[in-house]
Ligand binder design. Structure first.
Ligand code: SAM
Length: 255
């Protein structure tokens, strides 16, 4: 039987020159710890704001969660930016009301680009008021390469998402994943939130297998238990150039 959790890829990936690909889960945790040094000038969304819950009830198949990500989980995501001081292009897919966005912005090196793609109209309008500094695209993450081209940007060094993969059908998962891979630099990093309670669901399991097929390394961070619900990040490295996915990684089922 295959191990239930895998923390390291059998093939040690070379460091990615842009984002600084973490070789092990402990390296991810060191990066996360660095996120404590954050700027106090950008505030996270207020817990009292009803926007997230209102939209979650109105569009459950789009939002797919009843609560936004907590600050500890957001710090895990933002920690992935920490390894490099130079400018980089970071994309957030499905920013919701900005829980991850503000932490990503706090960690962003000078002259970098952060763009966010949000499909939900009410969320996008809300964000345009609450985070006026954000380069926000009201559109579908499945069109990511087009959005990047229209924004005058090349491929992203880091793509972060808390998209609700476990409510997306197989066709939508594949379409979104194709856009993510096409929008990511060779060797770039894709990180996505996975909440613990939905991991056994068939669509979540399909998504996990899809990650193994598309990326040549898939790690996960430690679980943030003080999140609602508890969650971790899958952190995935895009294959570099023409390199094929490592044998034993592609298509491997973990759960
Ligand atoms: C679970 S919420 C996460 C919100 C926020 N990132 C957080 O962590 O709290 C998922 C978000 O993804 C957005 N979303 C769903 N499908 C999308 C798509 N195809 N393109 C862009 N955004 C999408 C939803 O509208 C929602 O805002």
């Amino acid at each position: 039987m295959l191990p239930r959790r895998r923390t390291d890829c059998p093939r040690q990936p070379a460091p990615h020159p842009c984002v600084g690909w973490p070789a092990t889960r402990s390296e991810i945790e060191i990066m996360t710890a660095r996120t404590e040094q954050t700027s106090p000038t950008i505030s996270p969304p207020s817990w009292r704001s009803p926007r997230f819950l209102t939209e979650a009830l109105r569009s459950p198949h789009q939002i797919g969660a009843i609560a936004r990500s907590g600050r500890r989980l957001a710090a895990h995501a933002a920690g992935l930016i920490a390894a490099r001081s130079g400018p980089q292009t970071v994309v957030e897919l499905g920013p919701g009301d900005g829980a991850l966005t503000v932490e990503l912005q706090r960690r962003l090196p000078a002259d970098s680009n952060l763009i966010a793609v949000e499909v939900n109209t009410a969320m996008a309008e809300h964000l345009s008021h609450t985070l006026p500094w954000l380069k926000l695209i009201h559109g579908d993450a499945a069109d990511l390469p087009k959005h990047l081209a229209e924004a005058g940007l090349g491929r992203a060094d880091l793509i972060v998402s808390a998209l609700p993969w476990s409510v997306f059908n197989v066709e939508l998962q594949q379409r979104l994943m194709g856009a993510i891979v096409d929008g990511l630099e060779p060797g770039g990093t894709f990180a996505t939130v996975q909440t613990v309670p939905v991991k056994p669901l068939p669509r979540a399991r399909h998504f996990r297998r899809l990650l193994n097929k598309k990326f040549d390394a898939v790690l996960h961070t430690s679980t943030v238990w003080r999140n609602m619900p508890p969650a971790h990040l899958y952190v995935c490295r895009n294959p570099s150039g023409s390199a094929a996915p490592a044998a034993g990684v592609a298509g491997e089922s973990l759960n």
